[in-house]
Design a protein around this ligand. Structure first.
Ligand SMILES: [Zn+2]
Length: 291
């Protein structure tokens, strides 16, 4: 029996995982000051004395187990979340970036069974990613492998600002804020991606076009370097891949170095909303606990 926790910017979800199946789960809202206590309580609610736990966090984890920072959850700079949780739960706790954990789930139970080298791209509030090369999950030297959201796609002086403090990042155009901003240039502002998908029309099409163009430009540069077998999209906005795919394809055709690189399959994750907890639950299998 494996226990996984997916710590998101707004919700924490814990689950008992059996292979690719979620047997039971529990969730709570994320409050920065009490997040670690909430995670421990959710885990103990599902399993009073677990042997090991894996946790996916909304940030990157260094080799020494400390996270750099959690962009949407203040107060965790340089905190060793694994050690902090081990004290609360009483067993080893493996910790990894959420998109990297989702890529692990896809590697084990999704498209990874067919494609050896793929980038999993998470589309939601931000744009993240996890990388599997030649069948192996890659976390890089400092935990940032596959984090594609801040690839430069616009170097002009009026490039849009990104949440990271720079300008012109892919996420500035392909994240939720960029999509809503583009829509509002042509129509009355909306507050959710779902509203844009539901309402359709010319303004929505402009928003999808910009999002697909930014993703395609960034992914072309990535694929010119990595020569992937597939690109897999996950996260809430991946449900709208059919609305942006032609724009991604157009940009790939313009920017990829050679036809095999522009014709890379674009896929939606097979794991759906549970990818994070499934990947997290399997972290202890591939990572030694950070203690
Ligand atoms: Zn950025």
């Amino acid at each position: 029996m494996l226990i996984g926790v997916d710590w998101g910017g707004t919700h924490i979800k814990a689950a008992i995982v059996d292979g690719a199946n979620v047997r039971a789960h529990a969730s709570a809202d994320t409050h920065a000051a009490t997040a670690l206590d909430a995670i421990a309580a959710l885990v103990k609610q599902l399993a009073p004395a677990p042997a090991q736990v894996g946790v996916a966090i909304p940030g990157e984890v260094r080799d020494d187990g400390r996270c750099w920072r959690l962009p949407n959850v203040p107060g965790f700079e340089n905190v060793n979340i694994g050690v902090q949780l081990q004290r609360r739960i009483g067993c080893p706790v493996a910790v990894e970036n959420d998109a990297t954990a989702a890529a692990l789930a896809e590697r084990l139970y999704g498209w990874g069974n067919r494609y050896k080298s793929f980038l999993l791209v998470t589309l939601g509030t931000g744009v993240g990613g996890g990388l599997v090369l030649d069948g192996s999950l890659r976390r890089g030297a400092s935990g940032f492998a596959g984090e594609i959201g801040h690839v430069l796609v616009d170097s002009s002086t009026d490039a849009w600002p990104c949440g990271c403090g720079r300008t012109g990042c892919m996420e500035a155009y392909a994240g939720k804020a960029g999509l809503l901003r583009k829509y509002a240039e042509f129509a009355s502002p909306l507050t959710s991606v779902k509203e844009i998908a539901d309402i359709g029309g010319a303004a929505a099409e402009e928003a999808w076009r910009q999002m697909g163009h930014a993703l395609g430009n960034g992914l072309a540069s990535i694929n010119n370097t990595l020569d992937l077998d597939a690109i897999v999209f996950a996260g809430g906005i991946s449900n709208s891949l059919h609305l942006i795919e032609r724009y991604i394809r157009k940009a790939l055709a313009e920017r990829a170095f050679a036809p095999p690189l522009s014709q890379v399959p674009l896929l939606v994750s097979q794991l759906g909303e549970h990818a994070g907890v499934i990947g997290a639950a399997h972290l202890p299998v591939i990572h030694p606990a950070q203690s």
